[in-house]
Ligand binder design. Structure first.
Ligand code: SF4
Length: 333
C-alpha cells in the first residue's frame, strides 16, 4: 500500500481528519510524523534560514522525519480557507520552500487549497488530489463524503472543549461515550490564544497547556469556539487581518472577552519571528484594555525557549490571579 506523509504541525491542527480520512478512503496509508522533539526542531533549524519563524523551522523538521518513510509528501499550497483572507505568505510558499530545500524528497502533492464556498471548494480540492493519485471517481466521491463527516465531527468535539489531540483520539468513538475535560470546578479559567500550531504542540509550547491543567486551571482556546460564533466577530474590528489564522485568533479572543464572563486571564502564545503576531499581540492587548481589562500575559516561543522558563512565568501568573480572585472574593463578603 502506498504511503502518504503528513507533517504533524501547521494546518494539521485544522484539517488532518479531513485529509487523513480522504486519503485512507482512496486506499493509501497515511503516515503522520512523530510528535515534535528536540531532534525534529534541530533538523528543521538546519534546513531553514535563520530568520524563519519557529513554526516554519519545525515544519521542515517534520518533513525530514517523514521523507524516507513515505511515497508521497502531502504539502498542499494553502491559499485560503474562507475566500476572504489568505494564509500567511509562508504557508503559500511551503511546497516550494520544502522542494528547494532538499533534492532527496519523494513526490510532493502540492494541490492548491483555495476555498470559497466550503462544500464545493473542498470537493474540487479533494477531487484534484484524488486525480493526482490516480484514484477512481467512485472512491473520490466516497472519500469526500467520509472526509466531510470526519471534519464536521472533529470541529464539534473541539467546540466541546477538547484539544485537537483529544478530539482526534475520539473521532472513532460514539459521541455518547465522551467525557469532556472541563469539570466546571477549576480554580481559575484562562483563555490561551494564538495559532493552533503554537499552542497545541507540547514541545514547542513548553508543555504550557499540560502544565496549566496540572495546576487545576480550566483552559479555553479559540479552537474551542464554534465556527458560527467565531464568524460573528468578523465585523467587530475596523480592519481585519489579511491572514486566516491571525483573524481566527483575534475573533476567537474577542468572542471570549465579550461573551465569557468566567475568564480570569488571557495568555497569548506568540511565535518569535512571526510578523503577523507582532500586530496581533498589540491588538489583543488594546482590545483587552477596552473590555474587561483581564490580566494578560504574552509568552513568546522560539527554538531556545525551555519548559522551565515558561513554567516559572505560568506559575507566577497563576499565583497572581489566584490572589486577585481571593481578595476580590473576600472584599465582596
Ligand atoms: S503566521 Fe507567523 S508563525 Fe505562522 S507561519 Fe506565518 S510567520 Fe510563521
Amino acid at each position: 500500500m502506498a504511503k502518504v506523509g503528513i507533517p504533524r504541525t501547521l494546518a494539521y491542527y485544522t484539517f488532518y481528519p479531513l485529509w487523513k480520512t480522504f486519503l485512507e478512503e482512496l486506499g493509501f496509508e497515511v503516515v503522520l510524523s512523530p510528535p515534535t522533539n528536540k531532534k525534529t526542531l534541530d533538523l528543521g533549524v538546519q534546513e531553514t534560514v535563520n530568520d524563519a519563524c519557529v513554526p516554519i523551522k519545525l515544519y521542515h523538521g517534520h518533513i525530514m522525519a517523514l521523507k524516507s518513510k513515505v511515497d508521497y509528501l502531502f504539502i498542499p499550497r494553502l491559499v485560503s480557507a474562507d475566500g476572504k483572507s489568505t494564509f500567511c505568505p509562508k504557508f503559500l510558499g511551503l511546497p516550494d520552500m520544502v522542494r528547494f530545500s532538499r533534492n532527496d524528497l519523494p513526490p510532493i502533492i502540492d494541490t492548491t487549497f483555495k476555498v470559497r464556498k466550503f462544500r464545493a471548494s473542498i470537493f474540487s480540492f479533494l477531487n484534484t488530489v484524488g486525480k493526482r493519485l490516480s484514484a477512481s471517481k467512485a472512491s473520490i466521491i466516497r472519500g469526500y463524503l467520509q472526509a466531510r463527516k470526519a471534519h464536521k465531527k472533529y470541529h464539534f468535539l473541539l467546540s466541546k472543549g477538547l484539544f485537537p489531540a483529544e478530539a482526534m483520539g475520539k473521532l472513532n468513538s460514539s459521541l455518547g461515550e465522551i467525557s469532556f475535560p472541563q469539570s466546571g470546578k477549576e480554580k481559575l479559567t484562562l483563555a490561551v490564544v494564538g495559532y493552533p500550531y503554537s499552542i497545541f504542540d507540547p514541545y514547542i509550547s513548553g508543555n504550557l497547556l499540560q502544565n496549566l491543567r496540572k495546576m487545576g486551571i480550566g483552559i479555553i482556546t479559540p479552537e474551542n469556539i464554534s465556527l458560527k460564533n467565531i464568524k460573528k466577530m468578523e465585523t467587530r474590528l475596523p480592519q481585519n487581518f489579511f491572514w486566516y489564522y491571525s483573524n481566527r485568533a483575534a475573533w476567537g479572543t474577542l468572542h471570549l472577552m465579550e461573551k465569557s464572563g468566567n475568564i480570569d486571564g488571557i495568555i497569548h502564545v506568540t511565535a518569535f519571528g512571526c510578523g503577523p503576531d507582532a500586530m496581533l499581540n498589540k491588538l489583543l492587548e488594546l482590545e483587552d484594555k477596552n473590555h474587561n481589562q483581564l490580566p494578560f500575559l504574552s509568552v513568546s516561543i522560539d527554538e531556545h525557549s525551555g519548559e522551565a522558563g515558561i513554567l516559572t512565568r505560568l506559575e507566577a501568573f497563576v499565583d497572581m490571579l489566584a490572589h486577585k480572585k481571593q481578595s476580590e472574593g473576600s472584599r465582596e463578603i
